[in-house]
Design a protein around this ligand. Structure first.
Ligand code: SAM
Length: 262
């Protein structure tokens, strides 16, 4: 990297920072002129602060009660870009995978590259990665579709019931704003109604929350779709919907591929 010119590297802290932070991410955090971070728990914050005490700054200050999340994200982008313009080798740390459901990181990288700065991202361990491990789900079998819960409904996405469905941000369904305390989930009946177009209301789904501290167990509450109105959903909840139908091979296409069909 050019030492005189600012740059941006975006890294992930994983979901369980103690354990998920990669050696590569650690080195970038330690060596940065400026560390900007968005994490969800005090342990993760402590780890980052200790790695580079003088230079770590939380971007969470931009969150404000009732403010549109999109506006907060723009402020985060501006702060990342400002640091790079100031000639700093900047490291942004976002929890989970820093490019999964993370508008500010992708946007800052895109804008900086357009301006001729070096900007790139390293992968991290996302909530979905934890789900695969902890719920025993293989996205390759039978297949996996992944959506943001509100967009899934408002954009009218049609799930394929032969593949697994993962719905992110189900605990902030219908909300574009930020709340430090809790979200009133008045619209969950609408979410249940929409899912019930494609699955039986009796189909069992799992409200999943991966543990963020070592030694703790994940939350995995199985309920029929109809009872999603009765369970607690939090901003950390991800909904796992198992496939409800078995994939059936297209015999003609299998034959053309020379595959034996049993
Ligand atoms: C803005 S996204 C950030 C995702 C994050 N970048 C990642 O890689 O997992 C927030 C959503 O991620 C999911 N999520 C975050 N923490 C989680 C956890 N501990 N367990 C399960 N899902 C989680 C939830 O769906 C939550 O609403």
């Amino acid at each position: 990297m050019d030492s005189k010119k600012g740059s941006l590297v975006v890294v992930g802290s994983g979901i369980k920072t103690v354990g998920h932070l990669t050696q590569e991410a650690l080195a970038w955090i330690k060596g940065a002129d400026k560390v900007l971070y968005v994490v969800t728990d005090p342990v993760a914050e402590g780890v980052i602060q200790r790695l580079n005490p003088e230079k770590a700054e939380s971007l969470a200050v931009f969150y404000e009660e009732g403010k549109l999340r999109r506006e907060t994200y723009e402020k985060m982008v501006e702060r990342m870009i400002e640091c790079v313009h100031a000639g700093l080798r900047t490291c942004a740390v976002y929890y989970g995978h820093p490019g999964v459901f993370a508008y500010p990181t992708h946007t800052a990288i895109r804008r900086l590259r357009k301006q001729g700065y070096e900007a790139f991202m390293l992968p991290g361990i996302s909530a979905e990665d934890c789900l695969f491990a902890e719920l025993g789900v293989d996205p390759g079998s039978p297949g996996c579709q992944s959506y943001e819960a509100t967009t899934f409904v408002t954009a009218g996405f049609v799930p394929n019931p032969k593949a697994v469905l993962i719905l992110w941000q189900v605990g902030v369904f219908g909300h574009m704003d930020y709340s430090r305390t809790h979200y009133e989930l008045r619209e969950i009946p609408l979410f249940v109604e929409y899912l019930s177009r494609f699955y039986s209301p009796d189909h069992e789904v799992c409200v999943y929350e991966s543990a963020i501290f070592p030694g703790c167990k994940p939350r995995a509450d199985w309920v029929p779709i109809r009872d999603l109105t009765k369970v607690q959903l939090t901003p950390a909840s991800t909904l796992y919907v198992p496939a409800s139908e078995r994939p059936t091979p297209d015999l003609e296409l299998c034959k053309r591929l020379g595959m034996a069909v049993r």
